[in-house]
Structure formats: C-alpha cells, structure tokens
Design a protein around this ligand. Sequence first.
Ligand SMILES: C[S@@+](CC[C@H](N)C(=O)[O-])C[C@H]1O[C@@H](n2cnc3c(N)ncnc32)[C@H](O)[C@@H]1O
Length: 367
Amino acid sequence: MNLFPDLKRRYTSEQLSAREAQRQAEFIAWGPIVFQVSRLMLKFGILELLRDSSDGLTETEVVEKTGLSQYAVKCLLEASLSIGTVLINTETDRYTISKTGWFLLNDPATKVNIDFNHDVNYLGWFNLEEALKEGRPAGLKHFGGWTTIYEGLSSLPKQVQDSWFGFDHFYSDSSFPEALRIVFAEHFVRSLYDVGGNTGKWALKCVEYDQDVEVTVLDLPQQIETMQKNIAGKQGEKRIKGYGINLLDKEAHFPKREGGLDAIWMSQFLDCFSPEEIVSILNRAKEVMTSDTRLFIMETFWDRQRFEPAALCLTMTSLYFTALANGNSKMYHSDDMRQFVLQSGLEIEAIYDGLGQGHSIMVCKLK
Ligand SMILES: C[S@@+](CC[C@H](N)C(=O)[O-])C[C@H]1O[C@@H](n2cnc3c(N)ncnc32)[C@H](O)[C@@H]1O
C-alpha cells in the first residue's frame, strides 16, 4: 500500500510503550464521554475562560464565571485533567489550558469536526454495526426514512444542516482558490459541468474567476432548487444553470452540450458512491467528453495527507458514509480511485496534491 511519509512512519510500526498503549485502549473505551466532556468544555466557555486568564482559574472562579454548579464544574475539570485538555498547578489549585485544549478551542477543523460529530453523527454511530453488516445507512433513521442522506439534506433540522454544510464546505472551500488556478490557468475552460454542485459555491467562484465560462450544476432535483435560491442575485448568476439528475439511476445520462464541453468538475462527489457506482458515473461522464475535455476529480485521499491527523479525520469520515450517508461509500485511497478511473476507460493525466485542507485533484481524459 502506498502512503505519504508521515503516515508510513505512524502506520507501519508500533509507536507506543506498553503503558501508553494501555492508556490509549482506555481512551477508546471511554471515547464517547471524552468527546462529550470536551464538547461541553467548549460550549460552556470553560476552555475559553482558561485560555484568557493570565495565571489560570480555580474551580470556584470557574463556577462564578460560568454560573454552572460546583458539582458540574468539578466533574468537567477533573475529567478534562484525564482527557488532557487542562492542567492543574497543585500549589495554587489553579487550572490552565493545555496544548490539546488550545487546539480544541482554536483549530477550525476541530470545531467543524466536533459539530459534525455531535449534530449529524452521534446518534447514528450507535447503528454502525447494522450499517456495516447490511450496507445501508442504518443511523439515518434518527432523521428520516430516506435511502441516502442526500435525498434528505434540504429537509434536515436547521442545526444538523448547518453542521453538515459547515463540515462539507470547510474542507472544499479552502481548496477552491488553488483549484480555480489549476482548472482555469492550466486548461482552456469555457464550459464546465459541476457534478454534485450542491449550493452552487464552486459555480459562483468559477463565474467570478472567469468572465466567459458557463457552468451547469448537476445535482439531485431538490438540491438544484436550493442551489438556484442560493445563487439568486449573485454576480454571474446568469451563466449558471441547474440540471436535476439522480446519478444513482444508471439510465440517467449527462446532458449533451452543443459545441462540446471543456471540463467536468467533481469535488467531494465520488466519495458519496460505491466503487461500482463510481465506475458507472465515470462511464456516463465519458459519453459527453471529447479528447479536449478534462475531468477534474477533487478528493481528500487519505493516503496522500502530509500529516497523520488529516488521515485520521478521513478514515473516520468513511464511517459517516457507512452509518449515516449511504452505507456503501467512503473516503478512498488514491490507488482505489485510480482503479475506478482506469476501469471506466479514462486515463489520468496529472495529480495535484496538497490543496487547502489536503485535497488532491486527479485530472483525467479520454484514452
Ligand atoms: C459531499 S457533497 C459535495 C458538494 C460540493 N461539490 C463540494 O465540494 O463541497 C455531494 C453532492 O453530491 C450530490 N449527490 C449525492 N448523491 C447524488 C446523486 N445520486 N445524484 C446527483 N447528485 C448527488 C449531493 O446532493 C451533494 O450536493
């Protein structure tokens, strides 16, 4: 298996002493409450208070500042000592924030992941076992009776939607500036299909970046409605069209474009599908491609991350797809995606790595 160096170092040899490994095992056993305590240390503002205090705070000072009971503060602070998000000075009994606490508070990726896990995934994780055995998103029942989360996206409760979109956009948004340069500066693109274009964020960026490009967003019909509302009144809106399509339907073909098509853009899209579905979608994309068309697949491949924590986020995200999203897709290893591309009869012209939060772009063309 190919792995970028930091992952190779961490994943191919034992890193912990026996005592550390035992502690790690307990950390896993208590994982759900480690998560909830830490989330509440953030929500109740305790970590922020500790960060902003010059020499830390006593338990009583935290009680006074938060309005929580002594009991609640004591439980949270003592558990946080064990979790490792706070430290205590045993001379003064003052608590301070630790490095881990600081990241929890200040790292935007961590904030997005906590909200995503609490609001979208937490109840559904309980049904992971069924989901893995049955290949269906058994945890989705907590929100509704859809077959996949995508059908229900526009009708999820507001806070769940906010956390879902916050997660999705956080990862793709930070890669868009560099991606625009790759797509438009290195290729001739006047027409582009944005497949799984969601709220139209990328489409808007394209029409803003290039005054001549015309974008068609392909997505589920209900998502196209949301997209159209979202782009209304924005710059370049007239050069964005919507096309409602369910690509799980093997008979659903990409619309033919008169005059040819320069680019097909799939950002964080193919990870929503199983290997067989991906090959089927790529085969249908191929039908509207000419030798000049380029297909850009932007994904966060877990093996191509510079730093291991990013790979951790991705291999864990795979289980969101299992339990909540559709039961059969994942964040893929780039070798898997390479296979799907080759199986569909396309070839890979180039791969760009290290965009934003760890995206890669695979540029594909007809063989
Ligand atoms: C994870 S989002 C990616 C959004 C956006 N491209 C980005 O990079 O942020 C996946 C998108 O694929 C769409 N999608 C999922 N299943 C689909 C299907 N069967 N047919 C068409 N679009 C689908 C979803 O509605 C959603 O907008």
